[in-house]
Structures are given as C-alpha cells and as structure tokens.
Write a protein that binds this ligand. Sequence first.
Ligand code: ZN
Length: 493
Amino acid sequence: MSAGRGRLGGGALSSGGAPSSPVASSPVGARLADLEISRAWLVDPASEREGPGEIVVEDGILVAVTWLEGAEAVGIDATSVVVAPGLVDLHAHLREPGNEDAETVATGLAAAAHGGFTTVCAMPNTDPAADDPAVVVRMRDAAAASGSPVELLVHGAVTMARGGEQLARLGELADIGVVGFSDDGSPVRSATIFRNALTYAGMLGLPILDHPEDGSQTEGAEANEGLVATVLGLRGWPVAAEAVAVARDLAILAEVVREVAGARLHLTHVSTAASLDLVRRAKADGLPVTCDVTPHHLALSDEWVAGARRFAWAALASDGSARDPWRDEAIVAAPYDPSTRVNPPLRSAMDAAACRTALRDGTADAIATDHAPHTDVDKVVEFGLAANGISGIETALGLTLAAVDAGEFSLPTAIRALTSGPAAVLGGRTAARGLVEGAPADLVVFDRSATWRVDAEAFASKGKNTPLLGMELPGRVLLTVAGGRIAYEAPDA
Ligand SMILES: [Zn+2]
C-alpha cells in the first residue's frame, strides 16, 4: 500500500516489499495480489481471540495469520491498526429499483465498503418490492454491474407489495436464494398472516425479520414519547408500540415452533429496554429468536431531536435516568433537525443504555445499520413531514467504536456484533466470519486511534441524511477486502 512505513504505528501496513505498490494502483474489484500487515491488533471472533499479530494475503487468499507474543508484541495494542473480518450488515435500504435518486445498488455497495462492510443484506422495500424473483435478479444484476466485490444478499418481502394482505411467493423467493423475509418499513400487521409467514419461512429454513411496531400506537407519531417530545410539542411514539409488537411476535413464535422446528424470528432495530427484556426472556426460554440494535439507537438519544449532540452514555445521570438537556445546557444545534427523525425514533438515554447492555449480555445478536438514504426532497423538510431514516452504513463502525472508547462494551463484543453475530443470524448463507488461513481474504483494516470528520461530500452513499455531520468519530477505515478483492482503500492509506 502507498502508506509509508512508520506512518501507521510502526509500518503496520506494507505491501509485500514491491517497489511500486500493487494495491494503491488497483481499482475496486481487483484481486488483492499481495499484502502484508505486520504489527497490527487482530480481532478474530472465530477463535474468540484478540491481540498483536500479522497477516499475509497472497493472490486474494489469507495465507498467514500469526499471533505475536513476547518481545515481538511490544508496542502493539488495541489502539493500533486493527484487522478484523469484513463486517456484515443484516439491514440496509439500497433503494434500487424505484428510488435511484436516493441510492443505487452500486452507491450502496460503495458506501458499505467505505464503512468496512463486505456483506450487505438489502431490504425488500424497493419499488416494486422484492416480492418476486425478478426483482431479486435485477438487484443482483446491478451489483454485478457495479464491479463491487461486496456481497449483496437480499431479503424477500413477506407479503405481496408489502401490503400485508397476501403472502408473497416465499417458496420461489427461497429458491432464488433470498436470505430472509421482511416487510420492513412496516410490520406484518395481521397476526394470522404473520403466523403463516413464520410457518412457511420456517419450512424453507429462513427467518422472518420483523419490524416491530404496533401501528395503532404510532399513527402520526414523531418522536419518542417523553420529556423531549413534550417540550418540543411533537407527537409521542410510545415504547409500548414496540413492546406490544415484540410480545405478539414471540407469542406466535412459541406456538409455531412446536409445529415447525425450523421456524426462526429475527427482530430488527429493537430500540427499547422493554422489548429487549422480552427478547432476553424468550431466549432464556429457548425460543429461536434473534435481534439486532442499530448504531444510532445505542449511541444517540431523543435529546438529539432537541439539538443536543452528546452521546447517549453522556446523557445518563449517575442514577441511570436520562438527564435534562436544557438544564444541562447540552443543546448545541437547532431543534427539529429532520435528520434525527427515524423509525423507531431515537429513544431515551436509558433505552440506549439497554441496547448496549443487550450487546454485552448477548440478548442482541448483531448491530445492523438500517442504512436509510433519502433525497433532500424527502428529508430536508419540516420535521413532521420528513421521511424516517439515517444514512448510516458509513458511520456504523465509528459510532460503535465511540461506545467502545467510552467503555460501554469491549472491542471484541463490537466486532462480534458486526461480523460473526449477523453471519450466524443468516445461518450459513454468508461465510462465517473469522481470520482463517487458506480462505479468501475478507477483512476490514482500520486505524483504531485515528479520528475522522463525518462529511457529506466524502460519503459514497447518495444519502447525506445524518445528524452526525461535522462530528469526529474514531476508527478510520483504511482498507476493505471482500472475497479476496479490493472493495475500498483509503486514498492516503
Ligand atoms: Zn424497519
């Protein structure tokens, strides 16, 4: 790589000694011919190990993983350059077909690579919805045409046009290789249809990814029900709207699994302590349920809607309650910023803390980005009219590492939730994540101690909608390698 020895913590990145780097001149999609990363901090979820080490890639294959000890390891720590398996996103909105102004498969995969992801699951709420194998083929064709080596996986719709009334052709979608079913953006409202979907998907060996929201409680809702929504005069979005939906799904799962052993439920973007407690108990009871939390729900809180810009852990009082951002003089930006509008809404600091606890204790299996790019036409409007969502796939690692820096959970916990955790939810439909010799290199390399400023112009995503613009985040991605091929390389790495 073009990085000079010594610039990145003692020559952590170096390219096999060739006089002109084979990597720096290689375009996205090219096979990674030759790379040696010495004196790095390796994080390997497969062996549940982290520590000083070296890796060597030859002709796209990870040929050597060496753990260093004793004198060789001196001076290498978790603030050095980190090498981890490529990240896996269970939940991203790539907007193609139908809303290519907001994102395309090509820009979405480029954004994923910039964020360190090597596998991305596209949600089916496209237009038309991915309720038909032809739509899935179209998305795959777009991925192939993009030249990106990032692996695109697709979730099929649960119901036709995500209308909630008639099951999609789950069997045909399974035959073509979708990795799950979801009507995300909406829950599956009818309990009967949800039950049928869980049954059929279970027979096909695939999970249902439900967006847990009881719509009868969220009609017109704008912000998490609580102090912030009250002060700002925004219509409240109750915690119970999520918990009721989670409870329903779990009750139905408990019955379906008695008939169909393969039935599996994945609850996506779980955002509240109440819902996570329900999942925790269901797991203890042995139900086949998994869930994810998003980077924004674990790191941000509802006071961002009021204009606060401190992380959620800094918004907690010593007794564990949420602080009052006005009393704290924590408000630094204008209120009603539509980039803070998201479904589910940014929750209280206590709920954000519960998301982090769930990662620590294994209740949450994964961190999923819910990457939701929007055009300015849909997003830079009055708060109550703004589309829900944050363009988040390029800031997911940084937000997660900010939580690590704050001591909220460990680096291996973070990496597991971004790699082997989501890969397990996909049940073998993507490669298991680990630093495994002899396998195609599938890696993210990031500078743990370098911070970077979130800049809309630097986003590969077309979606510039994030409240993080201008903030400094830790962990700059230097290199993303997917399936032995270059997916992203930092310009100056
Ligand atoms: Zn959703």
